[in-house]
Write a protein of this length. Structure first.
Length: 181
């Protein structure tokens, strides 16, 4: 179980008060800092639940992405692009997943230098089990009722759209397609 710090005060709120005295309005700083802190809390919760399965959340994301692909395989460069991680991080995750028997690595016939990662049957089974564990945890957001989760998603989505994270030029925004090239 992730141990809470149990601090006698909220360090982000305290920093916000100091920020306002020195620099001015602190709402953006408090919000951004809170997002980072919540990310740390969620990742710790996810990793705790996934550890018995030999997974970290980063490796779980790779397996889920492979599960969502049409053929259960993707080039490493596509995995990196979709998960927005450095190629070295993808290689490291794939190496660990191959060692665990969750993924097979093979040459990409469409790209002589490229590599495909393909989810194995063992990988598919661990995704099912790990997903049940994360779902039972409410993905670490049990403190928020459903409507507040939807509101939070909407707020964070607005930030992502504003940053150009998603092409808003067309297509069905509810449809997720994974390119297997």
């Amino acid at each position: 179980m992730v141990r809470p710090l149990g601090l006698p005060f909220d360090p982000i709120e305290r920093a916000g008060e100091t920020w306002e005295q020195r620099f001015g309005p602190a709402s953006a700083m408090r919000a951004a800092t809170s997002i980072f802190r919540v990310q740390q809390i969620l990742l710790a919760r996810f990793d705790e639940v996934l550890k018995p399965h030999g997974l970290t959340f980063a490796r779980y994301e790779v397996l889920v992405l492979l599960t969502f692909s049409r053929r259960g395989e993707l080039p490493l460069k596509v995995i990196g692009s979709r998960l927005m991680v450095h190629p070295t991080s993808v290689t490291n995750a794939i190496d660990r997943l191959v060692a665990a028997g969750y993924v097979d690595r093979r040459p990409n016939p469409a790209d002589g230098r490229g590599v495909l990662a393909a989810i194995s049957e063992r990988g598919r089974a661990v995704v099912e089990t790990a997903t049940r564990a994360l779902t039972a945890l409410d993905f670490g957001l049990a403190e928020l009722p459903g409507p507040e989760r939807e509101q939070l998603f909407g707020i964070l989505r607005a930030v992502r759209l504003g940053a150009g994270d998603v092409d808003q030029g067309g297509g069905d925004p509810t449809c997720v397609t994974v390119d297997t090239r």
